[in-house]
Design a protein around this ligand. Structure first.
Ligand SMILES: NC(=O)c1ccc[n+]([C@@H]2O[C@H](COP(=O)([O-])OP(=O)(O)OC[C@H]3O[C@@H](n4cnc5c(N)ncnc54)[C@H](O)[C@@H]3O)[C@@H](O)[C@H]2O)c1
Length: 349
């Protein structure tokens, strides 16, 4: 059986597009979706068009006000009917994740598109699925290296439950980590992996404030706690100080540990940086992955993988996330449980 019923936890900027992209993939049926305030479940398949229309300009985002219970320029981001709860398929709830867990016997895979303002939030969500006896796939699109260790620490628990956890399965880490693992196959020794991303987010900025807020935490002088606590106005001030174009260097992105745990190279040989431009939809720089190494016959070379500038961040996160979800389901159905990164699902060393 190829058919896969899946749920999305967190229908913000990323999770809404996950639902949309899934309509273009074979054998995927979204059966549950939740955000902070609501949950929609239909085991025959959610009406994605209705759900997206109902949440248009109305996402229960963590771009600031949702955590504070306010409103943002007339956009409903909190209260009983914000976000998913505005859909006729949904109910308001104060326990959205538990409500999905209650249905999880009939769910093959869960894509976690939740914010990551507390590093152990996603690992703790996974604990709740394991405690409920879930036997399926969990996929996240998290960014931070340190969260991978927290998930690895849970390997035994996942194996006992029958959970296959695919971590760091968005764009970076995710698509670009997989590309690096593939590009590395030409070499027997890897010297360096350089990941450099460009994101232009003008039209998608309102929908992706959660992601932008998390990115601010990667700037020198800011922590994840700062990013969680800052008001919208403070975040805007940081963005204005950079004239809407922020360059990041040496980011804590999990591509490093994910490549190391797959045996590709040492984590310290991986660097990640990039440019975010919220003033334009054009990418400020081309996204590239460069892998430098030595071949079996002594040549040194650099294999480079490049994304077309026309592909958006949403396309590069959600296509791979759902692709990795399908790869995870294949593993799960073959009885392989535990924690997998994107590079583990590529040709190995
Ligand atoms: N790996 C990558 O390439 C990549 C790229 C972009 C974003 N991301 C990650 O994707 C995640 C989501 O980003 P986003 O821009 O969609 O954020 P967002 O703030 O727009 O959306 C988060 C969603 O989670 C919901 N939520 C928050 N707390 C919840 C709770 N306790 N229970 C149920 N739902 C809850 C919110 O209501 C919202 O719908 C972030 O962690 C971000 O870092 C990864």
């Amino acid at each position: 059986m190829d058919d896969i019923n899946f749920a999305v936890l967190g229908t913000g900027g990323i999770g809404r597009r996950t639902l949309e992209v899934s309509e273009h993939k074979d054998h995927l049926t979204p059966v549950a979706a939740c955000d902070r305030h609501g949950v929609a479940v239909d085991h025959e398949g959610l009406d994605v068009d209705e759900l997206l229309a109902a949440t248009e300009a109305n996402i229960a985002s963590d771009g600031g006000t949702a955590t504070r219970g306010g409103t943002d320029g007339g956009v409903k981001q909190s209260g009983q009917n914000a976000g998913v709860a505005a859909s006729v398929q949904a109910e308001p709830t104060e326990t959205p994740i538990d409500d999905v867990i209650d249905e999880s016997d009939a769910i093959d895979a869960v894509l976690v598109a939740l914010p990551n303002f507390e590093h152990d939030f996603i690992p703790r969500v996974a604990d709740r699925f394991a405690a409920a006896g879930y036997e399926g796939v969990l996929v996240d699109v998290l960014k931070r290296s340190r969260v991978i260790d927290m998930l690895d620490d849970r390997t035994d628990r996942f194996e006992e439950s029958g959970i296959t956890f695919v971590c760091g399965a968005g764009a970076t880490p995710g698509l670009l980590t997989g590309a690096a693992a593939l590009a590395a196959q030409s070499f027997v020794e890897i010297d360096e992996v350089e990941i450099w991303w460009g994101v232009g987010l003008k039209s998608g900025y309102e929908d992706n404030r959660g992601t932008v807020r998390e990115d601010v935490a990667h700037l020198d002088g800011y922590t994840i706690e700062d990013a969680r606590e800052m008001s919208d106005a403070e975040i805007e001030t940081v963005i204005d100080e950079h004239d809407g174009v922020i360059e990041f260097e040496d980011m804590e992105h999990a591509d490093d540990v994910l490549l190391e745990r797959a045996g590709v190279c040492d984590a310290e040989d991986v660097t990640v940086g990039g440019i975010l431009d919220v003033t334009s939809d054009e990418k400020p720089t081309t996204t590239t992955v460069s892998v430098t190494g030595t071949t079996f016959d002594g040549e040194t070379g650099t294999n480079t993988f490049e994304l077309d500038d026309a592909t958006s961040m949403e396309a590069n996160v959600n296509g791979p996330a759902l692709g990795y979800l399908k790869a995870g389901v294949r593993r799960n159905r073959a009885g392989e449980y535990g924690v997998f990164g994107p590079a583990d699902l590529m040709p190995g060393f």
